[in-house]
Design a protein around this ligand. Structure first.
Ligand SMILES: [Zn+2]
Length: 429
């Protein structure tokens, strides 16, 4: 039952009006009973209501409004030729069915991501404390009550409980639900931008046109699904590391190595997943020596391995250099003997290492190179304080957002960088 404490409606006022309307002879309607019944009534859960209304609104927009607007726009741009693309040329029932299926399909990716975020919340809470992540369900941190399946559902559980434990009514931090929503959004975005578009954002990816939902389901493009899972998981891990630094104990080394190896090992399984070869400054024009080495049989096996190791090394090195220069950093133990600044610094280096080993050294250099001036500029404009225990979070968040923008435009960025490199080294002339 959803808690009804703090009810702001004065129950006496209700009881009085009820009495005035009711039959005085009816003994069931004593003021006490009426007020008890009133206060037992569930308070409307505005969060849940908002979510349902929002979802219905999004569905209506996607299925009805968007195609109608698209048709109008196409006629406006092209008044003479009234040729519609395949999906808009279908009759209405087909379109509604198709778009409803798409809506559910992409909604599933958001939910999948939110579940991954929920699992990473558990990892971030338990691993630094040295507890197992395999056994034992989630419990309320205050009263140790085990959470039911529904209450443990990502995002929805928190909204149903209105951010409070069902038993002890103490608040559950909004951070958990925000991390779940952030990871869900990343999974949804990459599903739309990378999976559905057939890897159009990936440099050196053999682009065969847009996939479309039906193709993904009926004829799954496995290398692309592999790349999607690898990249989305990488973002999820960076989000976990960025938020795990708030006053927590540091992550032990072994799980972090395991995460980095697990994430980047996809490159060893399928050469496609190594989007930019390590020997190429950006996309094309590798020096002749390295290009020959890359094509050899040994190169086929060695290249992904070198790419992972070099990316991780360059990422952690640049991360270490940048954080050493970040202004205002201080390291001191707090009252409980923990050192949030040191944890944040360590997590920052791991964020850079993981990104480098998955995306390659070129990408991590580009992302950090852009992140640092943006972050320092933002700090000049927005006077953000640095509350104790949140040291470095702004820098981490800035990194992740820029990494996401970089990922969405990766192919274009690689092409620009190739052009810049070729111009600087005189290869264009
Ligand atoms: Zn509790």
């Amino acid at each position: 039952m959803i808690e009804s404490f703090g009810e702001s409606v004065p129950t006496n006022a209700f009881a009085d009006s009820e009495m005035a309307e009711g039959n005085p002879a009816d003994t069931k309607n004593t003021p006490l009973r009426v007020s008890a019944r009133r206060s037992r009534r569930r308070r409307t859960n505005l969060w849940l209501l908002g979510l349902i209304v929002g979802l219905l609104g999004a569905y209506a927009c996607y299925v009805f409004l968007l195609p109608a607007l698209k048709v109008q726009l196409l006629y406006l741009l092209n008044p003479s030729k009234q040729i519609l693309p395949y999906d808009l040329a279908q009759d209405w029932t087909n379109q509604i069915l198709m778009r409803s299926f798409e809506f559910l399909f992409f909604g599933w990716f958001f939910y999948f991501g939110a579940s991954v975020g929920s699992f990473l919340n558990l990892v971030a809470g338990r691993v630094p404390e040295g507890r197992t992540i395999v056994f034992g369900g989630s419990k309320c941190p205050f009263c140790d009550t085990r959470l039911s399946f529904l209450d443990n559902t990502p995002i929805l559980g928190w909204l149903i409980l209105q951010g409070k434990c069902r038993t002890c009514h103490l608040p559950i931090a909004a951070r958990y639900v925000l991390i779940e929503a952030a990871v869900g959004t990343v999974f949804l975005w990459l599903a739309i931008w990378q999976l559905d578009r057939g890897g159009a954002n990936l440099p050196a990816w053999k682009w065969l046109g847009r996939n479309g939902v039906a193709n993904i389901v009926l004829d799954p493009p496995w290398p692309l699904i592999g790349a999607y899972l690898m990249h989305a998981s990488m973002f999820a891990v960076t989000i976990m590391l960025a938020t795990a630094c708030m006053g927590k104990k540091p992550f032990p080394m072994f799980p972090l190595v395991l995460i980095a190896v697990g994430l980047s090992s996809g490159k060893l399984i399928h050469p496609y997943l190594d989007c930019v070869p390590w020997y190429s400054p950006f996309l094309q024009s590798p020096t002749r020596l390295f290009a020959a080495a890359g094509a050899s049989a040994i190169g086929q096996i060695a290249n992904p391995l070198i790419s992972i190791l070099l990316g991780g090394f360059v990422g952690s090195l640049v991360g270490w250099l940048v954080n050493g220069r970040e202004p205002g950093g201080h390291e001191s133990n707090d009252d409980s003997g923990r050192n949030p600044a040191r944890v944040a610094r360590k997590n920052w280096i791991w964020i850079c290492l993981v990104t480098g080993s998955v995306l390659g050294w070129q990408s991590v250099v580009f992302i950090i190179g852009l992140c640092l001036p943006v972050y320092l500029g933002l700090r000049k404009i927005v006077p953000v304080g640095r509350p104790e225990g949140s040291h470095g979070f702004g820098l981490h968040a800035c990194f992740i957002i820029i990494a996401l923008v970089h990922h969405s435009m990766w192919r274009q960025i690689a092409q620009w960088m190739t052009w810049v490199y070729a111009t600087l080294t005189g290869l264009n002339s």
